[in-house]
Structure formats: C-alpha cells, structure tokens
Write a protein that binds this ligand. Structure first.
Ligand code: ADP
Length: 254
C-alpha cells in the first residue's frame, strides 16, 4: 500500500467534560513497531481503543490500511458507519489487553479457534489446525487442551496473542500486555511479541517496559495530558529526551 498503515490525524476524544485526547497525530508504517509511553491517565489506552473503534472519536480521522475507521467521508463530512461495517473493520485489527480475557469455559485451542469459526465461517477442522500452529508459535502447543484457569498468567497472555493472530490481523494493538503479570512471567510474553515484530507484524504497544521499547520499537511516542509530547527513535526519546515532561517520566521509572 501507499502511505502508512495507520494514519491518525488530530484525534480528539472527551469523556463528559474531560478531554482525554487533544489532537493526536500518529503514522505507523507497515511492519513497524510503535511503543506508546506516558504516565497513567495520559490517554494511551483511549487512543488504542479509538484506533479499533472501541471508542468513538469526537474529531480528527484515523485510517487503517487506507480505510477511514468508523466513518464514511462524503464531501468532507463524516457519517458514522453502520455497526456491521465497523465490526468488519475491527476484525482486521488484533487487540491484546492487560487482562487476558480468555473464555474461561474453553480450552486454549478452543479459545484460539473460536473467532475464525464463528466470525469468519472457517471450518472447525481448518481453524483447529491453524490454532494449533499458532499455539506452537507462542510456545504452547503442549498446553492446547488446558483451560485458562490451568495456565499461568504468562501462558494465558500468550494464548490471547495467538487468539488475536488467528484472525490474521493487519495490525496488532497491545494495551500494557505484561502489567498484570508476575515479574517472572513478563519475559515470556515480551519474547513472543519480539518475535512477532521480527516477523514483520505492524504493532502499537502501550507499555512501561523500557528495555522492550528500546530494543523493539522503531518509534517511541511519549504522551502526557492527551498530547504527544515527543516522538522519535528510542535512542532519542528514551536515551536523550528533549522535553522536561519526558525526562521527569523516565526518571521516575528508573
Ligand atoms: P492511560 O492509558 O494513559 O493510563 P487512559 O486512556 O486509560 O490513560 O485514560 C485517560 C483518561 O480518560 C483518564 O482520566 C480516565 O479516567 C479517562 N477515561 C478513560 N476511559 C473512560 C471512560 N470510559 N469514561 C470516563 N472516563 C474515562
């Protein structure tokens, strides 16, 4: 495609009188990894949710792979798309949450195979075969028959990643995927994400894991108070921040 896979322009979003996003611009080229950093409450999660239309934006525009998300643009005016079309757009985007949100009554393989069968109408056999391959990719082929409660948090999150990948998304959004995990389980999830990045998946990752951002991100975006304060290569934004707010944030993490 021509142009970035994700193109967000002047995105605004309020909850009641609280303006949470105050004009966010972001471009993400295909195959690139962007890490969103910033203090709690700066709007990172809300922005991710706007990209895949879990939230409706108040202003601005977001394109994913050339598709204007949530709207049709007719003569410069925006018209909200019907829910069915929004659902179809959302299907192209995988999302991994802080809490794994697996279906508790289904095994790992059933969790991964569910959406391709239910939403895409794939045959059960084909979906299970691919689910097994995906579980293998996240290092869990031997746990495919386990229920979520029988898995560690890190394993559950890896199943959640496999489940998102099963829909063959163009883009993966990660919302603090390791922040609910015990420290010893963080590494296994980050290493799956690292591998995904090296295979060329386009990813936007909200994280506080600075070493991951340094190593894996092509671009780091520091948000505070609903604006992008600075963005650039990790060596610049993390290694040599220009703005006081970035410096303060980073110094608190160390
Ligand atoms: P971050 O991910 O950077 O911690 P969030 O996007 O979660 O920030 O939150 C930004 C602000 O938006 C916070 O003040 C939060 O309370 C508010 N907020 C988020 N979601 C909602 C909601 N559904 N209703 C009202 N306020 C919300």
């Amino acid at each position: 495609m021509i142009g970035p896979l994700v193109h967000a322009v002047n995105v605004t979003k309020s909850f009641h009188h609280n303006q949470v996003l105050k004009g966010i611009d972001l471009d993400v080229d295909e195959g690139r990894v962007v890490c969103l950093l910033g203090p709690s409450g700066s709007g990172k999660t809300t922005f991710l949710r706007c990209i895949n239309q879990l939230e409706t934006i108040d202003g601005g525009r977001i394109w994913v792979d050339g598709d204007l998300m949530g709207y049709a643009d007719r003569d410069g005016k925006l018209y909200r798309l019907p829910d069915k079309q929004i659902a179809a757009q959302r299907r192209e985007i995988g999302m991994v949450f802080q809490r794994f949100n697996l279906f508790p009554h289904m095994t790992a393989i059933e969790n991964v195979a569910e959406a391709p069968v239910q939403v895409k109408g794939e045959s059960k056999k084909a979906a299970r075969q691919r689910a097994l391959e995906l579980l293998e990719r996240v290092g869990l082929a031997d746990r495919c028959a386990a229920y979520p409660a029988q898995l560690s948090g890190g394993q559950q999150q890896r199943v959640a990643i496999a489940r998102a990948l099963a829909m063959q998304p163009k883009l993966m959004l990660f919302d603090e995927p390791t922040s609910a995990l015990d420290p010893e389980l963080v590494g296994e999830v980050l290493s799956v994400m690292r591998e995904l990045a090296s295979e060329g998946m386009t990813m936007i990752v909200v994280t506080h894991e600075m070493s991951f951002a340094r190593e894996v991100a092509d671009t780091v975006v520091f948000m505070d108070g609903g604006v992008v304060v600075e963005a650039g290569a990790p060596a610049d934004v993390i290694g040599n921040p220009q703005h006081q707010r970035t410096k303060t944030f980073l110094s608190r993490l160390r």
